[in-house]
Structure formats: C-alpha cells, structure tokens
Ligand binder design. Structure first.
Ligand code: URA
Length: 243
C-alpha cells in the first residue's frame, strides 16, 4: 500500500495533509525519513509520524451501548452521532451496522467490515434482533398471537412472524420482541398496529452478539475475536442465540 494511503486510513489526516507531512520529513519508515507519498509499505514496516509509531489496523469492531438522544449516523453537522462516542477508534471509515432510532438504546455494532454488516442486515439472511420494550397498556396473549402471525404494517409485504414474550403485563407492560428483519421503526409500528405505544426500547442482541450488560449507555468495547467469528458464522448459517 502507498504510504499516504496507510496514514490516511489510520486517521493521520486527509490525503493532502499526509502528503505534506511526508514531504516535510515528519514521517519515517524503518528509521529513515520518507519523502515520497507513493512509497510502498506493508504492516511489517515500522512507521512513525513525528516520532510516534503508527500501526495498521484493517478491520475494527466495536459494541456500543447506544444511549437515547444520539443519532445512528456517521456524522451530523448539528448533533452528536454514535461515531463521535467511539473515542479511541483507529479507522476513519467506521459506520454503524444498522440503525436504532434516536430514542432507542442498546446494542449497536460499529465497524468498517462492509461484508459482515451486509450479511447481518440483508433481509434475505433473517438474522434475529432481540429487543426489550416497555409498552403503554396491557399486552396480552392475543398480541402474542398477532405478532406470530405477521402483522400488516402498511408496507408492500406484511412483517415476518415475530416472537413476543410478556415479562410483565400491566398498565405499563414489559416485553421482549424478536424480529427476523429490520424495517424502519419496526417494533414501534408493530405495537401501533395492535393499538399500543412503545415507551422505551432497547436492543439486546443481533444474531449471536449480545449486549455486554456491564456497558452503561454511551460506553463501548471492542468485540473479542470469538464474538467476531461467531457473528460471521452466524450471518452465514442463520443460527441465532438468545441473550
Ligand atoms: N424498532 C423500532 O421501532 N426502533 C428501533 O430503533 C429499532 C427497532
């Protein structure tokens, strides 16, 4: 890879900024000042900018416990986004794999692995997404039956059958919902279709990946190697786990 691309990928500046740094002699490769942006380098080379070592990371995977009030986007001119919460990211091409509404909390995968994100989100793959919700009104076994039957949401096709589990039925009911797809505002629209309103929503899992409950809203951690591998297998085999 070209030296300027290496540095650019690792967030050392725009292509023209890193070219300038290289030409000024601020960048060394194996101890020698490198003055050519097009110099070919590999991850085996020891690369420093202003004496600070810069190593190469190809793929990054973070699990974020998204807080309410933050947008699921890479950037926004007016408000914080989920990307601005990942403070020690190395790559500049990270994005959220799927979206949660601004007021929804919980599991969000932040990565630059487009292949994995596509296979987790593709409607054809049916990777389970599990949510915890608080709903205004009494949720009943009739609602469970309606969710299992595939609700009409006013889209071209009805929703796929979804699993609704009642944890506590009351004035405010506490439930778990497992979807096999990810349509816009889907959980809220499904409850709306049966005459209920979602008051609070949190995603607990996506395929085999479960939210680490030690993460408070706004906190994040890198995925373990095992979590990444399970997620990859999972997106291929359509195996899902209950967290
Ligand atoms: N369903 C919703 O209604 N909102 C979300 O954020 C996720 C699923």
């Amino acid at each position: 890879m070209r030296l300027d691309k290496f540095l650019c990928d690792m967030g050392e500046g725009t292509r023209s900024q890193v070219k300038q740094k290289i030409r000024k002699g601020c960048v060394t490769v194996d101890g020698q000042a490198a003055r050519k942006p097009e110099l070919s380098v590999t991850s085996e080379n020891r690369i420093c900018v202003d004496g600070r070592p810069v190593s190469y990371v190809k793929l990054e995977y973070y699990m974020l416990n998204k807080p309410a009030g933050v947008l699921s986007a890479t950037r926004d001119p007016d408000q914080p986004t989920v990307l601005s919460l990942i403070r020690d990211k190395r790559r500049k091409d990270l994005f959220p794999a799927g979206r949660l509404d601004k007021d929804t909390e919980g599991l969000l995968l932040i990565t630059n692995d487009g292949v994995l994100a596509h296979s987790l989100l593709s409607p054809k793959k049916h990777v389970d997404k599990r949510y915890y919700a608080k709903v205004a009104g009494v949720v009943t076994e009739e609602h469970v039956r309606l969710f299992a039957g595939g609700l009409a949401l006013g889209d071209e096709k009805p929703a796929l059958p979804a699993v609704l589990e009642i944890q506590k039925a009351g004035k405010v009911s506490h439930v778990f919902v497992t979807l096999r797809e990810g349509r816009y505002h889907q959980v809220k629209r499904m409850f709306q279709a049966v005459g209920c309103e979602v008051l609070y929503l949190k995603r607990l899992s996506m395929g085999s990946l479960c939210l680490d409950e030690s993460l408070k809203p706004g906190e994040y951690r890198s995925l373990t190697q095992e979590e990444v591998e399970n997620l990859k297998d999972n997106s291929q085999n359509q195996e899902n786990h209950k967290c």
